[in-house]
Structures are given as C-alpha cells and as structure tokens.
Write a protein that binds this ligand. Structure first.
Ligand code: PHE
Length: 339
C-alpha cells in the first residue's frame, strides 16, 4: 500500500493542466470526500503497527504535494490569482486618498514669512535651548536686571548656563553676531515661558521676531513696515503705537490694530475698545548693537516681535489656545485646503 501511495505522489508531481475543469477533477479525485487521500486515511486503522509510521508519513506527503500542485496550477491558469484578485471587482472606483491638513500655526507662520520675504527680509533660526548671553545679557538685560522677570524662564542648567529661550530675540543676537549690516531678518520659532496653562496662555508658544539694521533707519521706517504688514495680513490699514517698555529697544511701543466693533465677539476680544494688541516693537537699543559689535554711531535699527498663536486665534476665532496643541483631527481638519 505504501508503494501505491508513493506512486500517487509521483503521479501528482507529474500532473499538469491549463484547463480549470480538469484541475477541478484532479482536486476531487485526490482531495474530495471520497478521494484518494481520505480513502488512505480511512485505511490507516488496518495498517500493521510496524508500518503505521511510514504509512502516515507517506499520506501526509501526498496531501502536501497535492495541495501545492493545486495552488501552483491555479495560479498558472488564472494569473490574477497571484494577486488574490479573482474575486475583486476591478471596476469599483478607488477609495479616496485622505488629504492631510496643515496646522493653523504653520499656516499663519508661513503667511507672515511670505509678507516679510516680499520686502527683503530673510529667515534666521536658532536653538531652542539657549545660553544666558543670547536670551538676556546681550539684549541689555544684565544679571539681576528686574526686567528679567518679565518673562518667566525655564532654567535647565546653571553652569554652563542653559535655559529654554523665552523669545526669538536670541536668534537676532546670533544673527547680528554673524552678519554685517544691512540686516533684514525675521526669526520664527518656538519659545517657552514658565507660566500657568490657561485658555489664553501656554508654557510654550511660537513667535516671529523681525530685525532691520542699516544706516539711518528711523522710527518712521518701523511704522511703515508694520503698516504694510498689517495691511497684508489683516487687510486693515489702521494701527496705533502705544509707548511701552522693552529692555532691548528704546523707544519701545506696543502695536494695536483696529479690529472694529461689529459683533458681540468684537466687543469681547477688544474689551469694548475696538483695538487689539498684536505685537511689541521699538528702535534697537544702542547697547544691544554694541554687544553684537555693530557701531551704534554708524548704524541704527528697529525690531518687533509677535506671537503666532495670538494672531492665529484672532484670524480663526479660536477661543482656547490649548486646542492648538492637542492635535485633535476634528479641529485640524477644519484647515483642509488652507495653505
Ligand atoms: N521679545 C519681545 C517679547 O518676546 C518682543 C519684542 C521684540 C519687543 C522686539 C520689541 C522688539 O515679548
């Protein structure tokens, strides 16, 4: 009987067809309910004990060879089988590819960059972990200066000193150290402040700061530049500058845009004034220029800085800053198609 099975193994190995009906016949002959293989299995009981092992191995081999043969011939008869496509509907329209959406912070950042790029500003970037010199001292904030408390700082290490930058003014220092005037640069990036997280503020956010250094740069240049910017971004031509204080600029100002009072929300966000503060600015303090080896008698300049979140929240009417960092697709998907 074992010899008979061996013969069948040979038959199966030698079998070939390119006709699916014949293949089905083959399948039934070997693998069907009353086919050779189940018949051999049924006879197992009758086999002498001494032969059982060899017999068992032989039928298993026959079954393996038959299944393999069946599989191979199926593939060669219908090539689509290779891809398991036989039962697929090839006329079915493809499923749509989900498009991602850009994050509102990236959208606004790039809009702001584009506006300044148009008027000759380049982009500078620097490290988020800074040293005391670039974040404070060079910006006219020597040690123990009370204005250091204006921005609560995350300190990382005392010696060598290392902290998370509280503004991208640090990048402006790096840029002035490494470039000669004329300088026109904007520095976008993430900054950190040790503040409580609430609907209005977070312990990190994004800024864009700008710096312009050349001969005879005046406050009027600053005003015109900001006016151009606000017109481009908000489509709004009314701004006002209120005197303010920053250690690195003198004089300093805060910039408000006229938002209007057309809706209840306008009253709420402008506290009934119609005006909204959007950034700080001023003429670069001569001490800062000196710290960066730029002669303040030859050169002057202006600087400004704004928070991207604040502007994104205004333009998209987002009420809680925290939603910007949650990566909830239901929120992000609302910005589909915005570039
Ligand atoms: N660095 C300031 C801040 O982070 C913004 C600023 C930049 C103000 C440049 C004036 C000039 O608040």
């Amino acid at each position: 009987m074992i010899a008979e099975i061996q013969k069948k193994i040979k038959d199966v190995s030698g079998f070939s067809t390119n006709d699916s009906k014949e293949l089905e016949k083959f399948r039934i002959e070997y693998l069907g309910k009353k086919g050779h293989i189940s018949t051999y299995f049924a006879q197992f009981k009758k086999v002498q004990d001494s032969e059982k092992k060899e017999y068992g191995l032989a039928i298993n081999e026959l079954k393996k060879v038959t299944l393999k043969k069946l599989e191979d011939l199926k593939k060669s008869i219908n090539p689509l089988d290779k891809f398991n496509l036989v039962n697929e509907d090839l006329t079915r329209p493809a499923s749509a590819i989900e498009l991602g959406s850009r994050h509102p912070i990236s959208i606004i950042r790039d809009k702001i960059i584009d506006i300044f790029y148009k008027i000759g500003f380049n982009i500078s970037e620097g490290p988020e972990m800074e040293d005391d010199w670039h974040n404070f001292t060079a910006l006219n904030l020597p040690e123990h200066h009370p204005a250091r408390d204006m921005q609560d700082t995350f300190f990382i290490n005392k010696n060598p000193d290392l902290l998370l930058r509280t503004h991208t003014s640090s990048v402006q220092i790096r840029h002035m150290e490494n470039n000669e005037p004329p300088i026109r640069t904007i520095s976008p990036g993430r900054v950190y402040r040790n503040e409580d997280v609430s609907a209005r503020s977070h312990c990190f956010f994004h800024q864009i700061e700008g710096l312009y250094i050349d001969k005879n740069v005046s406050f009027a240049d600053l005003k015109q530049t900001l006016l151009f910017f606000t017109k481009e971004l908000f489509g709004n031509s009314k701004i006002r500058l209120r005197p303010s204080y920053f250690p690195f600029t003198e004089p300093s100002a805060e910039v408000d845009i006229y938002w209007g009072l057309n809706s209840e929300t306008d009253y709420k966000i402008t506290k009934g004034t119609g005006w909204l503060e959007i950034m700080g600015c001023g003429m670069v303090d001569p001490n800062v220029l000196e710290n960066c080896k730029i002669d303040p008698n030859e050169y002057s300049g202006f600087a400004f800085g704004m928070g991207i979140e604040r502007i994104a929240m205004l333009l998209y009417q987002i009420e809680d800053i925290r939603i910007l960092y949650e990566n909830d697709v239901r929120f992000i998907n609302q910005f589909k198609g915005s570039v």
